[in-house]
Write a protein that binds this ligand. Structure first.
Ligand code: WTA
Length: 633
């Protein structure tokens, strides 16, 4: 028997064993008993990593929003589904019951339909963390439209690239957004982006900051009047298990972001199941994840996972530092939050502040606290454990990826404990392995290697939108018949994993995945720049920060001006999150004889570790290295 609720060590091991030994039976039972289906599947799982092709619950039909909303109405219509906590701490929060959510999603879905949106159409959502964001995601899912949420910190060019990659027909945005003390002109960014997006025919605009914005005749419409006129009934569209639910972009090793495609049934089953168990969610808990819905963490663990479990999920519009560094703890006290899930970068920033920001609030409602997005260092873990967990709450250090859809490795409270810097054991059904340099699976228990997964789990992304070849190349070609994560990891005798970080061209800055290629492309747009290379260096708050080595075409006297122009280019092409912390102008970049930039050397220099660069005599231009070291920042 597959247990939906895993509450002790024995149950974990039992279920883990069943899910590994007989995955089809295990997931079949779990899916059948815990979700609403319109038609059962013909086959639980079919896969072949060598193609690669993966399908779960093939032949089944369902609608995920019926599972997120409708099925809770019978027993829990008045329970709060979403607590909206606005940016301004003096404004009141909003409680949206499951019944309200049902009406709001249906109305929104009807508005989308009235704009001609139907099953399979792509809808881009570019919104701040306001209720319309969650509602529009669910409205798309209600009618089978594929949502593509773009984080509202991305620039107009980055937005346009994502819209065009999957030919979105409609875009949902707001007049602007609040972020701490600042307001951001989102609609202005949208207008710029849409100049190069011919596929977008309609723009729906939510009113948030009440600014005076430009509305383009025939294209833009205020959302609210349309919602006011829409019916509260909307029959959910029947979806096949493998119909795409959403596309979410993540960085890769080329300038073009990868549109990861998640499908309906497997994603539903896995996000619900992990949410329930990793957070040990109980009926009256109040759960809060501080991520933005623009990232996978928000999709899976603000919207889908919690709502599938009939939970109350908090959506926070603001930032941890506004009006002061006590904001998170004020919200925990106010809503009596039981589970709190955030990123190591936020913990490090908060740990630097006076402890009174924490102690002024009663945070005794907390039961489980979590982190995600990058390895958490020991010091931050200890601070989190002592001051937020009050030496009492288990910490779940959850390792996963946009591509994995849900948490793959994490401590599970009551079942097995975490320990600082360890993501610990695989979740039920997940089979991680470490690979050596020769591409073989390392069988010894204590080992270090590249982290792969050797069997599919239900929420693995099925493809990259429009580019299945890239999906194969990125995830299934490094090791035949294994999914390659791009991360390195250590494993202890007892099977516990510690993630050591990316082994590819992705750098994680403040928990955000940034590919080096798009940033270098942006820098190289400057007419003075000949070439550039980006590496990460250790940063006390951000985890990693970006160090750029830039070779200019000519001598240039005003370096300060040049630096700000380069950061401006990055902001324009990607967004402020990708700005460089350090920029060094070089006479050349170290290259192999085949002309490839040796980032390994640059990484060491940026991390002040240049005493041990290895053999550089085989480089095409070893002479540049000394110069780079001498002038390093
Ligand atoms: C990193 C975020 C260590 C990792 C859900 C992964 C982590 C990438 C952890 C995915 C963790 C995420 N410990 N590293 N607990 N969680 N990572 O796609 O390098 O934004 O490959 O998904 O973040 O980032 P993404």
């Amino acid at each position: 028997m597959a247990n939906y609720s895993i509450t002790n060590n024995e149950l974990y091991h039992e279920n883990y064993k069943q899910a590994s030994n007989n995955p089809k039976q295990f997931w079949g039972e779990l899916a059948k008993e815990n979700f609403l289906w319109k038609k059962p599947w013909d086959s639980v799982l079919d896969f072949d990593f060598s193609i690669p092709k993966i399908s779960w619950f093939d032949g089944a039909q369902l609608n995920i929003t019926e599972n997120c909303i409708d099925r809770h109405l019978k027993t829990n219509a008045n329970k709060t589904a979403i607590i909206f906590e606005p940016n301004d701490s003096n404004s009141s929060s909003e409680q949206i019951s499951y019944k309200d959510l049902h009406e709001r999603v249906n109305k929104f879905a009807n508005v989308l339909k009235s704009r001609g949106i139907k099953k399979g159409d792509r809808v881009c959502i570019y919104l701040p963390m306001i209720p319309e964001l969650a509602v529009s995601v669910l409205a798309c899912a209600r009618i089978g439209a594929i949502h593509s949420v773009v984080f509202a910190g991305f620039s107009s060019i980055a937005l346009a690239t994502r819209i065009n990659d999957c030919d979105c027909r409609l875009l949902i945005t707001s007049d602007g957004s609040y972020r701490g003390k600042k307001t951001i002109d989102l609609k202005g960014i949208v207008d710029e982006a849409l100049e190069s997006c011919p596929s977008v025919k309609n723009v729906l605009v939510a009113k948030r900051i009440h600014s005076d914005i430009n509305m383009k005749e025939g294209r833009d419409q205020w959302l609210q009047p349309l919602l006011d006129d829409a019916s509260i009934q909307c029959t959910p569209v029947v979806m096949d298990a493998e119909d795409p639910l959403f596309i979410l972009y993540t960085s890769g090793s080329t300038g073009q972001p990868k549109g990861m495609v998640h499908t309906t049934a497997g994603y539903m089953v896995y996000t619900a199941y992990t949410f329930k168990n990793v957070f040990q969610y109980k009926t009256d808990d109040i759960y809060w994840c501080t991520a933005d819905i623009g990232w996978i963490t928000g999709h899976s663990y603000i919207v889908y996972g919690p709502l599938l479990n009939g939970a109350t999920t908090v959506m926070f519009e603001g930032v941890p530092s506004y009006p002061d560094y006590g904001r998170f703890w004020e919200i925990v006290e106010k809503h009596k939050v039981s589970q709190f899930y955030t990123a190591p970068t936020a913990i490090r920033a908060l740990a630097k502040q006076d402890l009174s920001f924490v102690t002024s609030y009663d945070i005794s409602s907390l039961k489980v606290i979590g982190t995600v997005g990058e390895p958490i260092n020991e010091e931050a873990w200890q601070w989190y454990h002592k001051h937020i967990g009050q030496n009492r709450c288990p910490i779940v250090d959850t390792w996963w990826q946009t591509e994995t859809g849900g948490i793959l490795i994490s401590p599970m409270p009551n079942c097995y404990e975490g320990k600082p810097t360890y993501a610990t054991l695989p979740f039920v059904g997940v089979q991680p392995v470490l690979m050596d340099e020769n591409g073989h699976e390392i069988l010894e228990s204590k080992a270090e290697g590249r982290l792969c997964i050797k069997y599919p789990w239900p929420s693995i992304a099925r493809t990259i939108w429009g580019n299945h070849k890239r999906y194969e190349d990125t995830y299934f070609s490094a090791y035949k018949n294994y999914y390659f994560t791009g991360d390195g990891a250590l494993r202890e005798e007892n099977g516990h994993y510690r993630i050591t970080g990316r082994v590819d061209d992705v750098i994680i800055v403040s928990g955000h995945n940034l590919g080096t290629a798009p940033i270098e492309d942006a820098i190289n747009e400057h007419d003075q720049v000949a070439e550039s290379a980006i590496v990460g260096f250790a940063h006390p708050i951000k985890g990693n920060a970006l160090y750029g080595y830039i070779t200019l075409k000519n001598e240039y006297s005003n370096q300060t001006e040049l630096q700000s122009e380069i950061n401006q280019l990055i902001t324009t092409h990607i967004g402020p999150i990708a700005k460089l912390d350090k920029m060094q102008f070089t006479n050349g970049l170290p290259k192999t004889r085949s002309g490839k930039i040796m980032r390994r050397i640059l990484r060491k220099i940026a991390n002040k570790d240049s005493s041990n660069l290895g053999d550089i005599s085989t480089l095409l231009n070893p002479e540049v290295v000394e110069d780079i070291i001498k002038n390093s920042l």
